[in-house]
Design a protein around this ligand. Structure first.
Ligand code: HEC
Length: 152
């Protein structure tokens, strides 16, 4: 009897281990999905930009970004203070590069679908509109933001 009981015990233990296995093996698989979270502060936002490779700061690109910013963005944005839009100081620390570029290239859809951008619209009550910025210009503006935020 004692033998049977321990066999039964071992069997159920094995069954338990076997059953709990799929859970365990599925958790590492969910980690990359988490890293690519579509929304929120760490997300990439919604738009054409899937991935941005950042290198060392490129001062000449930042210079072009500054010119584009002054022409197309400064009417609504300051760095230190709230204006029509949010202050942009520290933006490269608050958001991913992809999120920033998607916000520049696709602001209306961002404020409709991205939870963070949605919240901003609710707070600022003005719709940021697309300013006819090319992808290259948006990348240059990002470089300008990186420079202002002290990247090197
Ligand atoms: C008409 C005014 C206006 C213009 C022009 C404008 N923005 Fe905006 N921007 C806003 C507003 C308002 C928000 C907050 C979201 C909303 O309400 O649409 C915003 C949000 C942002 C954000 C997100 C800020 C944060 O805290 O996450 C970034 C980045 C941004 N704008 C960059 C730019 C850049 C770069 C340009 C120029 C290409 C630009 N904006 C032009 C009004 C503007």
């Amino acid at each position: 009897m004692k033998g049977w009981a321990s066999v039964l015990f071992l069997c159920s233990l094995l069954a338990f281990v076997a059953c709990s296995r799929p859970d365990e093996s599925s958790s590492p698989a969910s980690t990359p999905a988490q890293a690519a979270a579509p929304a929120g502060h760490a997300g990439k936002g919604v738009g054409p930009i899937q991935s941005v490779q950042l290198g060392a700061l490129d001062p000449s690109m930042a210079e072009k970004g500054k010119a584009a910013f002054e022409q197309k963005c400064a009417a609504c944005h300051r760095f230190e203070e709230r204006f029509v839009g949010p202050p942009l100081k520290g933006i490269t620390q608050r958001r991913t590069p992809e999120w920033i570029m998607n916000m520049i290239l696709n602001p209306v859809e961002m404020t409709q679908k991205d939870p963070t951008a949605k919240e901003l619209l609710a707070n600022y009550l003005t719709q940021m509109t697309y300013q006819n910025v090319s992808e290259e210009e948006a990348r240059a503006i990002l470089e300008y933001f990186r420079q202002l935020d002290g990247a090197s």
